[in-house]
Design a protein around this ligand. Structure first.
Ligand SMILES: NC(=O)c1ccc[n+]([C@@H]2O[C@H](COP(=O)([O-])OP(=O)(O)OC[C@H]3O[C@@H](n4cnc5c(N)ncnc54)[C@H](OP(=O)(O)O)[C@@H]3O)[C@@H](O)[C@H]2O)c1
Length: 326
């Protein structure tokens, strides 16, 4: 008999459906319970994804003694409150990106995890896909020498709707937090430390959120990142890492299925793999089973540093949320 790991899902919306479907790829995991603000939505999601238990409140899900880890998939401003509810019950938490809506909230969330001795990880799923694992291995092996420049973009053409999660400042809308977090996270991952200088410029739309933003980051040792993000324009969603000894190119980097290493001397090598949300879930399970409170691949201090970069960029372009400190 397999020792099945029991998952709960909190906030059964759009991304939760993708996560639940991919979780089925793990034979030693099961979706046991779903928590929603509405009994009807919880029941309909539970029946669509084979979960035995449906709760009409997040608190009820968080107190289910059989649930081992909870995937938090609410919009960004509710990550802090909903993830804290789970951590207080000692649950392991995989919380959607960005870990919280600003630096202060991110620090509070990490402090809660540490206070309660519970596992917490930002669901930066990109890092756990096999292609990105290979990229990290190439970097660690020095296959492109010293990384010098990260160039990455993530833009898509959203439909302007002032009430939507993407465009509403009260829901922490804007390109930086929705997709900018991917390019910023990539640069942090490559250079392994927070940037020392952050410049940003943005086009702020009528609803008061950044619809597209360009960032220039400088890292200790001279590394640079040139990053763009948008919720109003489709862009190629490419990443390139140029180093002193070669280059890595990653098409559709945030859900990469291939990447190419071009050493300065030698033949190019292309790696391929699938992109799926079950890889990040497997990381959570491995950490929990090993009694680890955070993941080496997405450590909490790095999530805090990423939140600091996003805050600095957002403040530089003049976007403020109603819940930011004045
Ligand atoms: N990893 C990825 O590829 C990826 C992709 C998309 C989004 N995301 C992240 O996932 C999170 C959720 O995004 P989403 O697009 O799935 O969001 P969504 O569908 O708009 O909302 C998710 C769920 O959150 C719950 N919720 C709780 N309070 C809410 C409120 N005040 N307003 C609206 N919904 C509320 C709702 O569930 P109930 O009311 O039923 O409880 C809702 O169905 C975001 O942080 C986003 O950055 C990640």
């Amino acid at each position: 008999m397999l020792d099945r790991f029991n998952w709960g899902i909190l906030g059964p919306g759009r991304i939760a459906q993708r996560f639940a479907a991919d979780l089925e790829r793990l034979p030693d995991a099961r979706l046991l319970a779903v928590g929603s603000r509405s009994a009807e939505r919880a029941e309909s999601f539970a029946s669509a994804h084979g979960a035995q238990r449906a709760y009409d409140s997040y608190a009820a899900l968080a107190s289910d003694p059989d649930v081992q880890a909870i995937y938090v998939a609410t919009p960004h401003p509710f990550h802090l409150e909903t993830a804290q509810l789970c951590l207080q019950q000692g649950k392991a938490v995989l919380c959607e990106k960005p870990l919280a809506a600003n630096l202060a909230q991110t620090e509070s969330l990490v402090a809660s995890a540490r206070q309660h001795g519970a596992f917490l990880m930002e669901a930066m799923w990109t890092r756990f896909n096999p292609v990105m694992i290979q990229v990290r291995t190439w970097l660690a092996e020095g296959r492109i020498g010293e990384p010098r420049l990260v160039t990455a973009d993530f833009g898509f053409a959203g439909t302007v709707d002032p009430a939507s999660r993407l465009f509403n400042p009260a829901l922490a809308g804007g390109a930086l937090l929705d997709v900018g977090v991917y390019v910023v996270s990539l640069a942090h991952m490559v250079f392994g430390s927070p940037p020392t200088r952050i410049k940003a410029t943005a086009a702020v739309g009528e609803t008061g959120v950044d619809e597209q933003t360009a960032l220039a980051l400088a890292f200790a040792g001279g590394g640079l990142a040139s990053l763009t993000c948008a919720i109003c324009t489709n862009t190629p969603q490419m990443a390139r890492i140029d180093g002193t000894g070669g280059r890595i190119t990653i098409p559709a980097f945030w859900h990469a299925t291939e990447a190419t290493l071009e050493p300065l001397h030698g033949e190019p090598i292309t790696t391929r793999g699938d992109a799926s949300y079950h890889y990040e879930a497997a990381e959570v399970m491995a950490c929990v089973r090993a009694a680890r409170l955070e993941s080496d691949a997405m450590p909490l201090d790095e999530s805090i540093a990423i939140a600091a970069t996003l805050d600095a960029a957002r403040h530089a372009v003049g976007v403020r949320y109603p819940f930011d400190a004045r």
